[in-house]
Design a binder for this molecule. Structure first.
Ligand code: 1PR
Length: 535
């Protein structure tokens, strides 16, 4: 019957499940959205991608009668796949803003990762699993990495051990997936885990087919270092949206016409980088500081098309701030971000606006809760909010010359200066601000940023390597993940940044666009250097 190719999706409206929808459609299934508890009871197969926070999710499920329907559906052993919070909600309770009661189908509580032992929280990135049970849907996972993004996790115990189909190690063992009969749930994101992730969904959707089993136990693994491809996007003078690339942020050709450097089409390039093994793709709308992004519909279109067949995390930045258009219509930064999320972004990144927010916070010592950063991380979770820092190195003779955190530089400044601080800029590097990258990073972590994208204007486009001094300074100062950016020119630059700093990811643009260094060779090199990566 036609019902065979339909998946029922429980989306209670708390966030972005677009990528789950895209992945299901990509695998040839239609989606029926749950409207009433009966839709749950009548489902042939149900996918529950939990998003947002535990307490509000339970509140919605209880209020709508869906909690009861879910429990009875699962108790009848009907085909079920929970994803992320969709796994956590099956447990008895969670400490997230709690304790809060869950559906109570599996014994145990969900607790926060402990960052005191040096593990960065949120847990963002790619890990391999230890498969402990024949779980069918994990049959093709083997030693491959899958993508996680969460701050809370369920812990294995004697009471729940018969449910556990795999665990993962991040500062201790946590439950990566459960299985009982037809009921499955995974803490990782299959819809964001590339081909391997799609195989998990495929095996859930086509359970009876005779797909070959791949053997491979899975092994203990460390969180893999991520390699990220970045696309700086803007309209060229003809009005077409192009991927461009600057030289220390100057994106115009040094020719008579001075046109915007054009390195390709955003959707095509993103797709290519996905195929080449990028662990993540970032789009930066680099004129977002002056052009309102919701007026910039092509950028939203780029996200929609890209997310249809790029199954790794997508980040988008540029222009996330409050805005009043020429008709006097006011848009909040939260609306801008929401539109980006709805269009397929998994994370948004904030540049200029985060600088103003941090300055204000450091001046007053008050968290108003009203900044873009605070609002978006409250609604979508801090794992969805990246702060992009665009610092410029400023040399000083004496560390006491400035009120900002200075470092002893590894190569002297032009006048023999031994020290430098890193001045934050706004508006695409055009304006320096009275705050350092160090002060900014610590402030935005407190305000709810989940990750830092650390650029460096001096190194951008130079191909001479990352600014190790800067990246070391920032990645040691915060406990959220730091993405090193700007200056990659060779594969050795990637191993250098991972060996010498605590960066969690490294991002590059120019070398990938100009096809000088393929992503695959970066990965192979890191592997050879014994740095854990996703292959
Ligand atoms: O301020 O919130 O509207 O966000 C604007 C965003 O656009 C910020 O994230 C800012 O970093 C970015 N941006 C603004 N102007 C430029 C520019 O280049 N003129 N691009 C720009 C930033 C830097 C990196 C680049 C790396 C790697 N691009 O993202 O991709 O430096 O390059 P490389 O590997 O070639 O060295 P808001």
């Amino acid at each position: 019957s036609s019902g065979d190719s339909v998946v029922t999706l429980l989306d209670y409206g708390a966030g972005n499940v677009r990528s789950v929808r895209n992945a299901i459609r990509h695998l040839g299934f239609d989606i029926k959205d749950v409207q009433t508890p009966e839709d749950i009871l009548n489902a042939n197969r149900l996918i529950f991608p939990g998003v947002g926070a535990f307490a509000p999710a339970m509140e919605v499920l209880n209020k709508t009668g869906m909690a009861e329907a879910l429990c009875s559906y699962i108790e009848k052993d009907r085909p079920f796949l929970g994803i992320c919070l969709g796994l956590q909600l099956l447990f008895e309770s969670s400490e997230e803003n709690g304790p809060v009661k869950g559906l109570g189908l599996i014994p145990g509580t969900v607790g926060r990762f402990d960052s005191s032992n040096g593990f960065r929280v949120p847990h963002i990135g790619w890990n391999a699993l230890q498969v402990t049970m024949d779980s069918d849907i994990l049959d093709e996972v083997g030693n491959h990495h899958v993508y996680f993004v969460h701050s809370y996790r369920a812990m294995p115990s004697d009471d729940n051990k018969e449910w556990i189909s795999s665990t993962c190690n991040y500062g201790g063992k946590f439950i990566a997936s459960i299985r009982r009969g037809n009921v499955h749930a995974v803490q990782f994101h299959p819809e964001k885990s590339g081909d391997v992730g799609l195989s998990v969904l495929r095996r859930f959707l086509y359970p009876k087919s005779n797909m070959a089993k791949k053997t491979g136990e899975g092994k203990a693994s460390k969180l893999a270092k991520r390699v990220i491809a970045c696309l700086d996007v803007r309209a060229n003078d003809k009005g077409d949206l192009v991927v461009t690339k600057g030289d220390q942020y100057d994106v115009r050709e040094q020719t008579e016409d001075n046109e915007v450097r054009n390195l390709g089409k955003p959707v095509d390039l993103a797709r290519q980088y996905y195929k080449d093994g990028a662990d993540e793709v970032s789009f930066l709308n680099i004129t977002g500081f002056r052009d309102f992004p919701l007026g910039d519909l092509p950028m939203l279109q780029v996200l929609r098309y890209t997310s249809e067949n790029v199954f790794v995390p997508l980040t988008v930045g540029g222009g996330i701030r409050d805005f009043t258009d020429s008709n006097g219509r006011h848009y909040s930064s939260l609306e801008v971000a929401s539109e980006y999320f709805r269009s397929g972004a998994d994370k948004i990144s904030i540049g200029s606006d985060a600088v103003y927010t941090a300055e204000e916070y450091l001046r007053t010592g008050v968290k108003t809760g009203k900044s873009s950063l605070e609002q978006i991380s409250r609604v979508y979770g801090n794992q969805a909010v990246v702060v992009s820092i665009d610092p410029r190195r400023v040399y000083v003779k004496n560390p006491n010359d400035v009120q900002f955190k200075t470092i002893k530089v590894s190569s002297l400044g032009p006048k023999g200066e031994e020290y430098a601080w890193y001045q934050c800029t706004v508006n695409g590097g055009r304006e320096g601000r009275p705050i350092g990258a160090y002060e900014l990073a610590k402030a935005v972590e407190e305000l709810g940023a989940g990750e830092i994208l650390l650029n460096c204007i001096d190194c951008d486009g130079q191909g001479k390597g990352f600014d190790i001094d800067l990246i070391k300074l920032i990645s040691d100062a915060v406990s959220i993940p730091v993405i090193a950016s700007s200056g990659a020119g060779t594969v050795d630059h990637f191993s250098e940044v991972f060996a010498r700093t605590n960066a969690s990811a490294a991002l590059a643009a120019g070398i990938f666009h100009r096809k000088e260094v393929p992503i695959q060779s970066v990965k192979e090199h890191l592997l050879k250097e014994n740095i854990e990566v996703r292959i």
